[in-house]
Design a binder for this molecule. Structure first.
Ligand code: KG4
Ligand code: ZN
Length: 386
């Protein structure tokens, strides 16, 4: 099979991205235009603004990805684009542009699930390092701003399939990072800020209760079956709304509101605040709270994922998605994997958060099996991964 160069396009949330990847195994170029500055004043992603920014960025970002790869529109073999899940308006910008390119250039068009992309970010980088010896079963934790999902991934010929064995019942882990950072006046996005501030606090200072996963039957009783799949196997669900409520209560009980308001104002006055600016505006109580929150979240993610890995007797664990960039999470998974004898793989930090290289990589098996998208396919905001 000759090499295939796939142009990937990603616009599902607040990053406009394009990349060229060779045969799912070599990253040739990877361009990401972040919209953080646009959404920062609002403390979260504003969907209408996201679509507008994607419209502005998509053409130059694709052009730059091709130029950096020393490719032209004509020289790539296929166009791959994120179909979902994500913000409908944002997805449509990438999809419309990808369709226009595929139509004008007469190239195959490949629709990719964003979550599958996160999983293939790991595969791309492992292949690039020369590691082709993947042991199945593979368990993948996709942990991002929108998802905290566990999938068993399998491969048959060129095609991949996925079985969901657990997901968050409420907030995603990244969403919890973002909401807690907002509650504490630390700005957006919260994950990277909390990641960098946590080493300055005491992670044992504040105890957060472990997540309670409750589910009631139709009569409102706890039926005890909530942790089981239909076929009786255990589920491994997550829940992060409790930790956020506990954080709110702690803030109220310790009368932290005036200090939070002062921090919010001070940080808003700084363009591109640096670690020193965050530290200068955080007292020890806040740093301890941040470190304790991160520890509670990491312990929960690692504990449930390792339990799932054990129950399904998996041979390989992938941890991917924006939150997989977190330093403490990586170390905790490496320690847990080491003690259970389970190899754990992460993408590099740039490929943990949203990018288009992962979309181009996930498209390669579909390119091989000629699993092309029709010109009338549409965005699927709530797309499931199967
Ligand atoms: O995968 P991603 O870029 O977009 C989605 O698909 O959602 O993930 C973004 C999420 C945000 O919630 C962000 O706060 C979180 O990932 N994040 C982190 C870190 N970097 C990004 N969370 C914890 N630690 C980090 N270093
Ligand atoms: Zn993502």
């Amino acid at each position: 099979m000759p090499d295939a160069y796939i142009l990937g396009i990603e616009s599902s949330c607040d990053e406009t991205a394009a990349a060229v990847v060779r045969s799912g195994e070599q990253l040739i170029s990877n361009v990401v235009a972040s919209q953080i500055a646009t959404h920062q004043p609002y403390g979260g992603v504003v969907p209408e603004l996201a679509s507008r920014e994607h419209l502005r960025a998509i053409v130059p970002v694709v052009r730059q990805a091709l130029a950096e790869a020393k490719h032209t529109y004509d020289s790539v073999d296929a166009i791959a684009v994120t179909q979902g899940p994500g913000l409908a308006g944002a997805l449509l910008v990438g999809i419309s542009y990808a369709k226009a390119l595929a139509f004008a250039l007469d190239k195959p068009l490949i629709a990719v699930n964003h979550l599958e992309g996160h999983i293939h970010a790991v595969l791309l980088e492992e292949r690039q390092k020369g590691n082709r010896d993947l042991q199945f079963p593979v368990l993948a934790l996709v942990v991002s701003g929108g998802h905290t999902h566990l999938y068993l991934a399998s491969q048959s010929g060129d095609s991949w399939s996925y079985e969901n064995i657990g997901h968050t019942r409420d907030d995603a882990a990244g969403e919890a990072f973002d909401k807690v950072a907002k509650l504490l006046g630390l700005g957006y996005p919260g994950g990277p800020i909390i990641d960098r501030l946590s080493p300055f606090g005491d992670p044992k200072a504040v105890k957060f209760p472990p997540a309670q996963i409750k589910h009631r039957d139709r009569r409102g009783r706890h039926d005890g079956k909530e942790l089981l799949h239909d076929d009786g196997r255990p589920r491994f669900d997550f829940s992060y709304s409790g930790i956020k409520t506990a954080m709110l209560r702690y803030i109220e009980a310790n009368q932290m509101h005036p200090a939070i308001e002062a921090r919010r104002k001070a940080l808003a006055a700084v363009t591109n605040p640096k670690l020193e600016d965050y530290c200068a505006n955080c007292d020890q109580l806040t740093l301890d709270l941040v470190a304790s929150f991160q520890r509670a979240l990491v312990d929960d993610l690692v504990g449930r994922t390792m339990a799932a890995a054990k129950a399904h007797d998996v041979a390989t664990l992938f941890v991917t998605g924006g939150v997989a960039a977190n330093q403490e999470l990586r170390q905790a998974f490496e320690r847990a994997g080491g003690s259970q004898g389970l190899p754990v793989y992460f993408p590099s930090r740039p490929l943990s958060t949203d990018n288009a290289a992962m979309i181009a990589a996930a498209a390669y098996p579909k390119f091989l099996s000629k699993d092309f998208a029709p010109m009338d396919f549409s965005a699927e905001a709530g797309m499931l991964l199967r």
